[in-house]
Design a protein around this ligand. Structure first.
Ligand SMILES: [Zn+2]
Ligand SMILES: [Zn+2]
Length: 185
């Protein structure tokens, strides 16, 4: 029912009425609509909708591309899909931000219908799927050289003169091993 346009004058504002904080809209799927037909959703979600807009060590978090299918099979609700989130992480070694895309591909989650009588709130599920893909120690490249511990020079971009210590000789022996993980670019 649309809101009736009756005058509210008879009802004074009640200070005890909680002002319910607005939930991000549109992420609760009402299952009665999909009893007989799987529902397929594709599109983009703003990062705020999954509370992914302000994460430590990340920036330029772009809209999340989603491709989802929700099916009811017997008493079970299946959420299947894939997600893509373009994002920039701060490299733990050189402190530069680098672009990447986090992909949660082909995930499946199931719920029993009795667990989600009001409808399935897919927001927390999608958020968790994406967070599971996040690196614990983001690194711009497997071969990132990091910062010089003495002068702070980014050793991916420059060299400095602090590198001739005994310890560095030990590492240079390691450097001569070909670990087969050279960056492609
Ligand atoms: Zn780096
Ligand atoms: Zn240095």
């Amino acid at each position: 029912m649309p809101e009736p346009e009756t005058s509210q004058s008879a009802v004074p504002p009640d200070p005890d009425t909680p002002t319910t904080p607005e939930k991000p809209a549109g992420l609760v799927v009402h299952l009665d609509q999909i009893r007989d037909n799987p529902k397929i959703f594709t599109g983009e979600l703003p990062p705020e909708a999954l509370e992914l807009d302000s994460l430590d060590g990340a920036r330029n978090i772009a809209p999340i591309a989603y491709d989802l299918r929700i099916t009811i099979a017997g008493e079970e609700v299946l959420l299947q899909g894939s997600l893509e989130l373009p994002i920039e992480f701060e490299c733990v070694k050189c402190a530069q931000f680098f672009k990447t895309t986090q992909k949660a591909a082909s995930f499946v989650r199931s719920f029993s219908l009795s667990e989600v009588p009001e409808g399935l709130d897919i927001g927390p599920e999608l958020r968790e799927e994406l967070l599971l893909t996040f690196p614990t120690f983001p690194q711009c490249s497997p071969t990132c050289l990091g910062l010089c511990l003495k002068c702070g020079t980014n050793l991916n971009q420059n060299t400095c003169d602090c590198v001739t210590t005994k310890e560095d000789h030990r590492w240079s022996a390691l450097d001569s091993l070909d670990l087969g993980e050279k960056a492609q670019e």
